[in-house]
Design a protein around this ligand. Structure first.
Ligand code: AP5
Length: 216
């Protein structure tokens, strides 16, 4: 199973580029943020436990996050998944060590580590303006990428919502945490042979092409 890591600030384009990688390379998406939001929506025990943390932009505990990811990785190993994109994990050094231990145990390794760089102001502009189709979850921007005629280009839905953690003050808190927690993660993976970084402020299609050049 090939493993790709996608690292970047809130709004850097991890979700957008994951969609590209899934389509082009037949990879499977593992987004810890999506997992938590799904559990919150379904009001599961886990969802109720993490709701306040996720919606305010804080980090879920390492212990809980590591256990959830290990469970999902187990399923993919058993199902023979070809390749996985880890989006938003690992986010702390403790998570890095948990992941590295897991991979070593099953003789797996990370193929590529992709870092998407955006300035804080661009991250705030993107995340705080993001709106999401309630039906298919495709994301748009209130100003820069509005749905045509108010309809989702993917599914035709006309209901859009803002993530609670995308309120500007929450985005700024998430960015502060990103810098605190992700800097040592990035330093760790800079040593990896498959590490590369891309200017995430370029248009999304250009970012995708740059990723392709480094993956092929
Ligand atoms: P998570 O869902 O991982 O959020 P995040 O890392 O803050 O990232 P975002 O989803 O905000 O941004 P993105 O980079 O995916 O950007 P997107 O592609 O959508 O985590 C949410 C929460 O879950 C965390 O705060 C935490 O509470 C919890 N959590 C998750 N993982 C955890 C972990 N490992 N440990 C503990 N807690 C964890 O793009 C954003 C916008 O920009 C869109 O509108 C898009 O259209 C636009 N856009 C994208 N690319 C471009 C471009 N090139 N040009 C112009 N616009 C663009």
């Amino acid at each position: 199973m090939d493993i790709y890591l996608l690292i970047g600030a809130p709004g850097a384009g991890k979700g957008v580029q994951s969609a590209h990688l899934i389509e082009k390379y037949d990879l499977t998406h593992l987004s810890t943020g999506d997992i938590f939001r799904h559990e919150i929506k379904e009001e599961t025990e886990l969802g109720l436990e993490v709701k306040r943390i996720v919606q305010s932009g804080q980090l879920v505990s390492d212990d809980l996050t590591n256990r959830i990811v290990a469970g999902v990785l187990d399923q993919h190993r058993q199902n023979g998944t070809k390749g996985l994109i880890l989006d938003g994990y690992p986010r702390t050094l403790t998570q890095v060590h948990a992941l590295e231990d897991y991979l070593a145990k099953y003789d797996l390794s990370i193929s590529k580590v992709i870092l998407l760089n955006v300035s804080d102001e661009e991250a705030v502009r993107r995340a705080s303006g993001r709106i999401i189709c309630s039906n298919c979850k495709k994301s748009y921007h209130r100003v820069f990428n509005q749905p045509n005629d108010g309809k989702c280009g993917e599914c035709g839905g006309s209901d859009f919502f803002q993530r609670p953690d995308d309120k500007e003050e929450n985005v700024r808190d998430r960015l502060t945490l990103y810098h605190q927690q992700n800097t040592p993660v990035i330093d760790f993976y800079r040593q990896h042979a498959g590490f590369f970084e891309i200017n995430g402020e370029l248009p999304a299609s250009v970012v995708s092409s740059e990723i392709d050049k480094n993956i092929l």
